[in-house]
Design a binder for this molecule. Structure first.
Ligand SMILES: *Cc1c(COP(=O)(O)O)cnc(C)c1O
Length: 380
């Protein structure tokens, strides 16, 4: 067949042959899938073919959802455009107009915004309470309560949630539970296996792991994920194939990254606990057999000059995020908790001297040196 120029410019690629099996997953960077004939297309609607249109599903994003679901021990997973859209899709799969959610008061700042401002406009009411007090949870339950929401390890003070207790309260009261497992990852904690209905991730963090992709994942039982999936398709908050592919590449090294990052965190926490210029070190204990997490939060108190400390950190990046392979620091009061009301910040202990450290995969001696130097240069 000889094409003219304009046709040639678009029809130069060979038809995909099933014989060409690449070792790495190809990127299905396509908005839709094509069919041999009408019968072949009808097969999609009969449920014999998986892919029609990328907003509904795509192999690269499905890989990510299923990959995380398997690690969490859940039957089904769904990838979305961000951690926030995964949270929204999960919420809308279990609550609707007129319902009530009980949420932990020390959730991620973005989630707080979604719950406090956006859900209200959907007619969904949210009460923020202290989740580690089961009496407070029981007291907050109303006739229209549908969901208990919290995080497995909270940000930035790293409180480890008692999910067994939350699940048992939920079961007694016929409520669903949803847990943000971003900080812990399934390497440390598997909330679904503790009976949690929906587990959500900002895959932007440890799942992706390289600070180069924004993505979210939601996992749970088939029925509830199917509902969330239709929300994602209808709201258009699907993940792009390339971002799905990148996050999958990151996911493959989750365990080796976490192993090193957790070790580095433990080493830094031990070092800072023995430093008299650090007022307080937040690093949880007995989180899991795989360690206690890769984040360490410190309070400088009055012993170091905050601005000088940040300036003296040399190669450690100052960022509004976490979980990359490079160590970094965050100032919660200036970023994640900027919009949280002052009264709540004070109650939670988000102080002026608070710094959250996300450990990377460097050598722990170099990380410790960098912090020792910053303390030396900024102490007052
Ligand atoms: C970052 C983060 C989110 C939001 O995720 P995005 O990918 O930025 O939308 C939600 N929960 C936690 C705990 C986070 O750290």
């Amino acid at each position: 067949m000889t094409f003219k120029f304009n046709t040639k410019t678009v029809h130069f690629q060979k038809k995909m042959e099933e014989m060409n099996v690449s070792k790495a997953q190809p990127i299905y960077q396509t908005s839709a899938f094509s069919f041999k004939d009408l019968d072949d297309m009808e097969d999609f609607y009969r449920g014999n073919k998986e892919y029609l249109y990328t907003r509904y599903s795509n192999p690269n994003t499905d890989d990510l959802g299923q990959g995380v679901a398997q690690l969490e021990g859940a039957p089904k997973g769904l990838a979305t455009s961000s951690g926030m859209s995964a949270i929204l899709a999960g919420i809308l799969a279990v609550v609707s107009h007129g319902d009530h959610i009980i949420a932990s008061e020390d959730i991620y700042g973005g989630t707080y915004q979604l719950f406090a401002n956006e859900l209200k406009e959907f007619g969904i009411e949210v009460s923020f309470i202290s989740m580690h007090n089961s009496v407070e949870i029981e007291n907050a339950i109303k006739g229209n309560t549908k969901l208990l929401y919290s995080e497995s390890i909270t940000n930035p003070l790293l409180r480890v949630e008692d999910m067994t207790s939350i699940v048992s309260i939920a079961k007694r009261n016929n409520l669903k539970t949803m847990i943000d497992n971003t900080f812990a990852t399934p390497f440390l904690i598997k909330p679904f296996e503790l009976g949690v209905d929906l587990v959500v991730h900002s895959a932007t963090k440890y799942i992706g792991g390289h600070s180069d992709v924004t993505a979210g994942v939601l996992v749970g039982k088939e029925e509830i994920i199917a509902k969330a999936k239709s929300k994602v398709a209808n709201l258009g908050c699907n993940l792009s194939p390339f971002e799905g592919w990148l996050a999958c590449r990151g996911l493959k090294t989750l365990a080796v990254r976490m192993e090193r990052q957790v070790k580095n965190a433990q080493a830094l926490a031990d070092f800072l606990r023995n430093n008299r210029f650090i007022e307080k070190v937040y690093y949880p204990q007995s989180v899991s057999p795989n360690g206690n997490g890769a984040i360490v939060t410190i309070d400088l108190g009055e012993h170091c000059d905050l601005h000088l400390f940040f300036k003296s950190l040399q190669w450690i990046k100052i960022v509004p995020t976490l979980a990359g392979v490079e160590s970094s620091v965050t100032y919660p009061l200036g970023t994640s908790h900027r919009s949280v009301p002052d009264a709540i910040r004070q109650k939670l202990g988000i102080t002026k001297g608070l710094i959250r450290v996300s450990l990377g995969i460097e050598d722990s001696a170099d990380i410790i040196n960098a912090f020792a130097e910053a303390i030396e240069k900024s102490r007052v």
